[in-house]
Design a protein around this ligand. Sequence first.
Ligand code: ATP
Ligand code: MG
Length: 580
Amino acid sequence: MQTLRQLSWFFKAHWKRYTVGIAFLFLIDLLMLLPPRLIGEMVDSIRDSSLTAPALMKTVTILLLLGLALYGMRFMWRYLLNGGALILERTLRDRLFAHLTRMTPSFYSRKRSGDLMAVATNDIPAIEQTASTGVLTLADSLFMTLVTLVVMVTAIDWKLTLAALIPMPFLAWSTAYYGRLLHERFYLAQEAFGEMNDHVQQSVSGVRVLRAFVQEKADVEAYRRVSEKTLERNVSVSRIDALFEPTIGIIIGFSFLIGLGYGTYLVFTSAISLGDLAAFNMYLGLLIWPMFAFGWLVNVLQRGGASHKRLSELFIEEPDVRDQADPITSVLSNVVEARRFTFAYPGADKPALRDITFTLGEGETLGIVGRTGSGKSTLCRSLLHQYQLQPGSLFVGGVPIESLSLSALRGKIGYVPQEHLLFSRTIADNVAFGKPEATSKEVLRALELAEMGSDLLQFREGVETKVGERGVSLSGGQKQRISIARALLLDADILILDDSLSAVDARTEESILRHLRQERAGKTTIITAHRLSSVQHAHLILVLDEGQIVERGTHEELMAQNGWYAEQFRRQQMEQDVAG
Ligand code: ATP
Ligand code: MG
């Protein structure tokens, strides 16, 4: 019931559809009361032999026309109400999708994608059911019960009606009881379904690792356990479902038993006519649907309620990084600055970055190096404002980044993340992802700057080659360079390359870096790397260790300091000489 109230915004928006649909339902309910009456009268006239041919013809014609009218109207309400529910389903899905695209990394590290998929594929249809079957049942069964009872009491016999209704409180009690059980079990079943989804999703996307570590059997076994759990929980839902209808059936059976027994007695004592008894039984028959419907209603509303709860829990989530009330939408300079910047991931007990201070002038290049896990990627992500930050510590163009609108900030920055992701589209589409209006010449040029030009010749369809799931598989270095081309095409004021040259050989790296220097003169570039040759030409190099800057300076200065950088650089030179 609460679910229906929470969906009232939708019913209000589509009130015409619902009003007409429900009006048809009511009209049908009223018309359904006529046949028992007509047939009862016929039975009586057969009994006292007063039935004439024209009277029979008239009744038959009325019943026929009634049948046709009901046919049309039943089509109409189904069409209107079910159609409305489908619109609701689509509306909710669109909203959910839009909502998910607004969420930040911290949300996705808390939620499992299998659960999110389960909400879209299972919960939204359950809510749709509430809005179709739920609404229809509520309106129809209440009205139908009411009018039928009124007719039974006034036109036939109130004592008989009352007696036949004795089993009904049991019906109410058992629907409520089963409903509660169903609610609990359905929630558990949905939870298991989410877990199962998550498992499939991880196994499918990680299938290569799975094979490499020969874990297929173990994974199939693990999957079997989750699917077994899902099965058990779903079976426990259907066990209740299966008990539901027979219970209602037996209660209704008692009603008929009383109606027939006591009704026959009343006919014998001439309190009612035989026709009345026939009509009464038909009216009682009309009550079966609403009674079942009450059962369904509890069922459907419980399911819809559980699902609506899960959906609302997602909708309440607000992205933890949002624009300020009056954000600054443009900055002129490309200066990047950090002032005693400290950052901890949500839920982490110690900061990933501590006391980071640097100024990167317009057109300069910053190199960030350091051991794995030292915080290089964290610093890049912070500059993109992916997480909540302490205010007044990171600046772009002299403006604290939390005062900048997210679209302005991200529009200013081109970013090649460490984990590059290509979509299952053509290479050209992947490159033009951030600038769909780019010409094919621009796309090609970006690919050439990223040293991907000669690789393209390998593919029969060139830039139109499909990559990913159903297309060709690319090497790690090819994926990296396509990601670089994607960022280069934007020609952003600030370019961040997070370990983006790790999978290419030294010569390719060198020419990409040369292109960057030529193309990006006057623009700001940030490069993180393990191979120190990537940052050798940077105006400023920061060496991070456990989130802190332990060395800083140009290549020459750092070599003179003779610390971690100098040692690392010499070792890498030596390795390269040996390899080369
Ligand atoms: P690498 O050279 O391996 O790429 P890195 O220098 O980029 O390493 P970061 O990815 O910035 O290192 O990680 C720095 C620290 O922050 C690590 O201790 C890591 O465990 C932690 N960390 C990274 N990402 C997250 C996250 N999403 N949530 C919580 N902690 C994280
Ligand atoms: Mg990293």
